[in-house]
Every structure is written in structure tokens, then in C-alpha cells.
Design a protein around this ligand. Structure first.
Ligand SMILES: C[S@@+](CC[C@H](N)C(=O)[O-])C[C@H]1O[C@@H](n2cnc3c(N)ncnc32)[C@H](O)[C@@H]1O
Length: 284
């Protein structure tokens, strides 16, 4: 089990090192999430796949324009701006890393979306909002960092109004880590630790819906969307395998953790599931 407290030093190491920042800003154009590919589409168009994943989120939220929505772990605010620009939502992003919040504010101002997106620094396990503040909430690949998933889900439940909607998107192991083959665990576990993915040790595809129910949600859908995510997994592996081989020889591999993960986690892809959970806080 992971530590039941925030490890800000580890998160700063993951997202703040120069290699990660270069990768996320230059290659991923500020998005820190995977992509969604429809059957028959080319897997090579990674940016399109990222936009499509954001659209999946918007459709699952299914909220009217003007609805107030929480983005838990907003990064540089790419998803928040997509929800504001493409779905008319009013988004409040929270991220525990001050440099992500600063980037999110700057990019929203540049995109003339500062009136529909707001960002603040905070931990999504202790949200600085009163009960019932939001019509919707989402976590785009952030719960995987949770040091207490049940606590995070309880916070999402508290800040939603009755009838409010929650969408969780992200990767998880197909079952409890202890039940994976030892060869897969030997690859996966050091990576989870290096990437501060404590949540991935605490929940998995078999129990996240139960955790949601335990926090008071009605689970509308637990969608195993792995086939839509796998094309991105294959494409990033193909794109970055050679760059990673070169960089690890000439530079400090620790600086390129994110690049490395996209390449090395390919070997355990059959043990990783990508889910979209949609849940509702029951109306009173
Ligand atoms: C994989 S990134 C996703 C960022 C963004 N959702 C996106 O899709 O571009 C995970 C984000 O969660 C943030 N994060 C991790 N733990 C957090 C916590 N306890 N509270 C708030 N943010 C957190 C990280 O700083 C990082 O920005």
C-alpha cells in the first residue's frame, strides 16, 4: 500500500523535471493525457486522438452550457479549456503543482477563456469549496496519483450538488497488482513508484465502481474503453522508442521519465485497462 499522504516532492519530480516539461509542452501541446481513437481511424494522429478523448468526456458529462464543473488535477488546463470552448461549461481547475496552475492561467488568458475557466492550487483530497458547489466534476488521468482514492471520491461527492455528475477517465491495472504475473509486476511497480502513481496500487478495474458506490455515487456506466486507447499506446511506442534509446545513452535517463514510460510500459499493456466511469450523486 502507498503512503496515505500527499508526496509533493515526488509529483514535482515527475512533472517538474526539464525533460517532462519539454515533452508535455512541445510534444503533447500542454495536454497531459492519452487519446481516443475510433475504429477505422489512423492511430498516428495523436493530437486528434487527444481532442476526441476530451470530447468523450464532454459527452459523458452531458451538462448544459453554463453548468459549473470541477476539473480535479487540471494540469495546464487543456481539458478545462476544451470543456469551456466546446461544451460551454464554466470550469474550475485545481492542481497541486503551482507551476501547472500558473501555466493554466496564462494559457487560458491567451485563449481568451479566462472568463470561463478559473484555476487554483490545491489537493483534490481536500477541496476548498463548500458542499454542492458544482453541477459536474471530472478527473482526466489524475486519480491514478491519489494517495487515498476513497477520500478523493468523497470530496468529489461533497462538492457536487444532488444530481451532479462525475466522470473519471484513466488507466488502472486489470486486477489487483498481487494477482498479476510476477514478470508484469517487476516492470510495472517500479514505474508506478517513479511516477507517483499511488492510486494505481489502491484501486483497479475490479473495484473502482465499488469505491464510487461506497462514496455515495450511483454508477451509471463503467466503460472498459481500452480498445479506444490502445492505438495511442501503439503509436507513442512506435514514435518514441528510438528517441528514448538515444537519450538513455547520451543523457540522464531520470530526466526523461515520461518519455521512458511511454516506451517501457508497452510491454505490460495487456495488464492495463483504460476506463471511463460515469456516476451521479443521487438527487435528494
Ligand atoms: C496526468 S496529469 C493530467 C493533467 C490534466 N488532467 C490533463 O489531462 O492534461 C495529472 C495531474 O494531476 C495533478 N495531481 C496529482 N495529484 C494531485 C492532487 N492530490 N491534487 C490535485 N492535483 C493533483 C498533477 O499535478 C497533474 O497535473
Amino acid at each position: 500500500m502507498g503512503a496515505q499522504e500527499l508526496d509533493l516532492t515526488a509529483l514535482r519530480r515527475v512533472y517538474g523535471n526539464a525533460g517532462s516539461r519539454w515533452f508535455y509542452t512541445r510534444v503533447a501541446r500542454n495536454a497531459r493525457h492519452w487519446g481516443w481513437t475510433e475504429p477505422g481511424q489512423s492511430k498516428w494522429r495523436l493530437w486528434r486522438a487527444q481532442r476526441q478523448l476530451e470530447d468523450v468526456l464532454g459527452r459523458k458529462l452531458a451538462l448544459p452550457a453554463g453548468a459549473r464543473v470541477l476539473d480535479a488535477g487540471c494540469g495546464a488546463g487543456v481539458v478545462a479549456r476544451a470543456m469551456a470552448a466546446r461544451f460551454g461549461l464554466l470550469v474550475t481547475g485545481v492542481d497541486v503543482l503551482d507551476f501547472h496552475v500558473a501555466e493554466a492561467r496564462r494559457l487560458s488568458a491567451d485563449a481568451a477563456l479566462a472568463d470561463r475557466t478559473a484555476f487554483s492550487c490545491g489537493d483534490f483530497h481536500e477541496l476548498p469549496f463548500p458542499e454542492g458547489t458544482f453541477d459536474g466534476a471530472y478527473s482526466m488521468e489524475t486519480l491514478v496519483h491519489s494517495y487515498r482514492p476513497a477520500r478523493a471520491l468523497a470530496e468529489f461527492h461533497r462538492v457536487l450538488r444532488p444530481g451532479g455528475r462525475l466522470v473519471l477517465l484513466g488507466p488502472m491495472s486489470t486486477g489487483p497488482l498481487e494477482e498479476l504475473p510476477s514478470s508484469a509486476r517487476a516492470l510495472l511497480e517500479p514505474y508506478l513508484d517513479a511516477m507517483a502513481m499511488t492510486g494505481a496500487r489502491l484501486y483497479h478495474a475490479g473495484n473502482l465502481a465499488q469505491l464510487l458506490a461506497g462514496a455515495g455515487f450511483e454508477v451509471e456506466e463503467a466503460l472498459d474503453a481500452t480498445p479506444h486507447y490502445l492505438p495511442t499506446t501503439e503509436a507513442v511506442h512506435a514514435y518514441f522508442r528510438l528517441p528514448w534509446e538515444l537519450l538513455r545513452r547520451v543523457g540522464d535517463p531520470a530526466r526523461w521519465l515520461n518519455l521512458r514510460s511511454t516506451v517501457e510500459m508497452y510491454a505490460v499493456r495487456e495488464h492495463i485497462a483504460w476506463y471511463v466511469h460515469t456516476a451521479v450523486k443521487p438527487p435528494r
